[in-house]
Write a protein that binds this ligand. Structure first.
Ligand code: NAD
Length: 360
């Protein structure tokens, strides 16, 4: 393997985190909590994952301070305040978050306000556990910030916990992860290390997701998918994202569209928009999708079809009369993208994504 063209000089910042990866690794949660010096851990989860929360409590024994199961999408500050109150009442000196990006977000929101150490046990492929980034909503406004306090100290990936992630959610969550890796390949601050991880991530997830759709209990595929999700999360935390993530942020924030489903519906079109401006990245995406020399956008569109995901914004609740506003919001503040932001072309991209027409 040779150094990617144009990347002979670069900067790479690695974020320090301890990662425990495998099947049955939840068994080590108490040891990991002790390793961080936590004596009373507050367990965070959602009502839907009460069983996962209980499994953590059981393993922590007297190292558990109790639990808070109110994590919800978009990390509203009211929920964070309620969880902070419980942490205070119980004298918690650390956090164990078990769940998807919403639960991880709650742990990060508490950590940034208290400095408490975090053990995160991800059960989706969102990748938040690998980033020092927190997005919160306050009065309907989503605010994003980054700080070293936000980055979890320890992450336990347990393939076992992902076996119950419903097939439909697995597919879109996995493509959400692929989106981080794709944008990392053409990021302004991309580098050879991040690109290695991005290519491995896309290849592992593209191999695994159709197999999971066919058999959600396929352990080998689940292992590949979780490994790919970890690498994608590292990519997301390491370099800046571009148009695709901006569009999903706008569609989620202004129109309440579901996170992973939105990433899945938009990705082929954002990639088609950027294709001519980032040919080398596109070649890497296509090769990682198992289509060397092929078209990256078409490959991603086909992958979404292979996992049975909705491929149009219309199907996931986007109102047709919101497309103009979405285009306005997407170009309202400047940000870097390999192809310059062109409002008319972005409106066209959104139209195609709305109907789910194959990407041009
Ligand atoms: P989620 O955390 O909202 O989970 C969706 C639902 O699935 C929840 O009800 C959850 O309890 C359930 N669930 C999760 N894992 C399960 C499992 N294994 N079995 C059964 N049910 C399970 O969804 P998500 O897509 O993981 O996360 C989305 C959120 O994460 C968004 O708010 C997004 O902004 C945020 N996020 C942040 C970052 C970051 O770096 N800050 C990165 C990615 C995502």
């Amino acid at each position: 393997m040779t150094m990617p063209a144009g990347l002979a000089s670069f900067t790479y910042t690695g974020h320090p985190a301890r990662v425990v990866f495998g099947t049955g690794t939840l068994a080590g949660v108490r040891a990991e909590v002790e390793r961080l010096g936590i004596t009373r851990a507050l367990v965070l989860t959602t009502p839907a994952q009460a069983a996962h929360g209980r499994a953590v409590l059981d393993r922590l024994g007297e190292r558990a301070a109790g639990w808070f199961d109110g994590a919800v999408m978009h990390t509203p500050v009211e929920v964070t305040r309620a969880a902070l109150a419980v942490a205070g009442e119980r004298g918690a000196d650390g956090l164990v978050a078990i769940g998807g990006g919403s639960t991880t977000g709650l742990g990060k929101a508490i950590a940034v306000r208290t400095g408490l150490p975090q053990v995160v046990i991800p059960t989706t492929y969102a990748g938040s556990e690998m980033t020092p980034i927190l997005g919160e909503t306050d009065g309907g406004q989503k605010v994003t910030r980054s700080s070293p306090e936000i980055l979890p100290e320890t992450v336990i990936y347990d393939v076992e916990l992902t076996l119950g992630l419903p097939a439909a959610l697995s597919g879109v969550s996995g493509i959400n992860a692929i989106a981080h890796a794709v944008e990392a390949l053409y990021a302004r601050d991309t580098n050879p290390i991040t690109q290695l991880m991005a290519e491995q991530a896309i290849a592992a997830l593209a191999r695994a997701l159709p197999a999971i759709a066919a058999g959600p209990g396929d352990r080998a595929a689940r292992t590949d998918a979780l490994y790919g999700a970890w690498l994608s999360g590292v990519c997301l935390g390491a370099v800046g994202m571009a148009l695709h993530h901006k569009l999903c942020h706008v569609l989620g924030g202004a129109f309440g569209l579901p996170h992973a489903e939105t990433h899945t519906a938009v990705l082929p079109y954002a990639v088609a928009y950027n294709a001519a401006a980032a040919p080398e990245a596109m070649a890497r995406v296509a090769a990682a999708l198992g289509r060397p020399g092929g078209d990256a956008a078409a490959g991603l569109y086909d992958l979404a079809g292979a996992v049975g995901a909705a491929r149009s914004l219309a199907a996931i609740g986007m109102p047709a009369d919101g497309l103009d506003r979405a285009a306005d919001l997407a170009v309202a503040s400047p940000y870097w993208n390999p192809r310059p932001l062109d409002r008319a072309a972005i409106r066209d991209l959104l139209q195609r994504a709305f109907t789910g027409t194959p990407p041009a």
